[in-house]
Design a binder for this molecule. Structure first.
Ligand code: SF4
Length: 375
């Protein structure tokens, strides 16, 4: 678990070689000149944060390079970025240092450079282990790329390997999902994230569904797929610790636990979010505006909101209920508590004991609305 002194750093690398049809993240297609522009702005962003001493000398317990696809940048550039981070902020010698990667675009040489630099966790977007699932979601690559990437990551010295999966893909059957889970387990990941496919406005997937080119995800099938994933992954020794996340003992993602336990983090890069000293703020989601601000020696901050104690309590509840062990009873506002808890318990959304409240499998499907009712 996290403690109040834990603090994390997130870096958003806003590039991919192509955009998957379901993806709504802020990113652009990787081009050398844009990467160079981003990299120099990011170095300046770190320098300015260092000068302003935002982290007040606190030690980083986790560093997470996400995106986008961080490995769209050359491995030696990522290594130099990590050196720069460590030169700017004290970093725990036991910090969890993650890089997200696309399995089709990583070599054993890249992985050696990354491990040598200090990355000790890698997260691959596998999405499915059945290639016929890829075309409708515009996911580039082959299943054998994932198998090769995990093997070479392990050979390079990484034991903490996450694989992301999505379920409810267009045309994916229940049996196909079981096959994907079985095939994934042969790779022996230490951590698996399973996300139900959702259709975000403005994506190519939303357009394809509107034109009847692709079928909309079947939510009832997704519920069955989620239950099957829990059973199969748990039997394989990967415990579910958060709505979408499973890990072997000692391998829950420390960085993401910061988000779910009200921990603090600084986000760098366009669109990155931060939470420090009770204040949430973002960085502008536009590479041009981001670079212009930093060239001007200004931090590209946006949407700054200082949370009242009551808002902090609400956020702690919304995020904390995502964890399988839930939240302490005291996290729930006393005046509202008894009637709502009893109602949600009677409806099968909550479990409760003397100390904690947590979501049932049914409650997990409606986690946000349950949290709203409790606050
Ligand atoms: S690789 Fe990941 S970040 Fe890039 S477009 Fe696909 S889903 Fe989005």
């Amino acid at each position: 678990m996290t403690s109040s002194s834990d603090i994390g750093l997130y870096v958003h690398i806003p590039f991919c070689r192509r955009r998957c049809h379901f993806c709504a993240f802020y990113l652009e297609i990787a081009q050398p000149d844009r990467i160079a522009q981003f990299h120099s702005a990011l170095i300046q962003e770190m320098a300015l944060h260092g000068q302003h001493n935002f982290l007040k000398g606190r030690t980083l317990q986790s560093i997470y390079l996400g995106g986008g696809t961080p490995t769209a940048l050359p491995a030696d550039q990522l290594a130099s970025l990590l050196r720069q981070i460590r030169a700017t902020w004290p970093t725990s010698p036991t910090a969890e240092i993650t890089v997200e990667a696309h399995p089709s675009y990583i070599t054993v040489e890249d992985l050696r450079v990354l491990v040598e630099a200090g990355f000790n966790r890698i997260s691959f977007g596998a999405e499915s282990m059945n290639e016929t699932d890829f075309a409708p979601i515009g996911r580039y690559g082959q299943v054998q790329d994932t198998q090769r990437a995990v093997r070479v990551a392990r050979d390079a010295g990484l034991s903490n390997i996450n694989l992301d999966l999505m379920y409810g893909l267009p045309g994916q059957s229940f049996q196909g999902w079981l096959t994907t889970l079985d095939s994934l387990l042969t790779l022996e990941p230490s951590h698996v994230s399973c996300y139900a496919l959702t259709v975000e406005d403005g994506t190519r997937l939303a357009q394809d569904i509107a034109r009847n080119l692709v079928v909309r995800p079947d939510e009832l099938l997704q519920i069955d797929m989620e239950s099957a994933a829990e059973r199969i992954l748990t039997e394989a020794g990967l415990s579910r610790y958060e709505i979408s996340n499973y890990a072997k003992p000692t391998y829950p993602c420390r960085h993401n636990l910061l988000y779910w336990t009200g921990g603090e983090y600084l986000g760098l890069g366009p669109s990155a979010q931060s939470y420090l000293d009770g204040t949430r703020f973002g960085k502008v989601a536009d590479l041009e505006a981001y670079s212009t601000c930093l060239n001007d020696n200004r931090l590209p901050m946006t949407d700054r909101t200082t949370l009242s104690p009551s808002e902090q309590q609400r956020d702690a509840l919304v995020f904390g209920l995502r964890l399988l062990h839930g939240v302490p009873l005291q996290a729930i506002t006393a005046a509202e508590r008894d009637a709502e808890i009893n109602g949600l318990y009677a409806q099968g959304f909550l479990e409760i004991d003397q100390e904690r409240v947590w979501l049932t499998p049914l409650g997990r499907r409606y986690a946000d609305s349950v949290a709203e009712r409790l606050f």
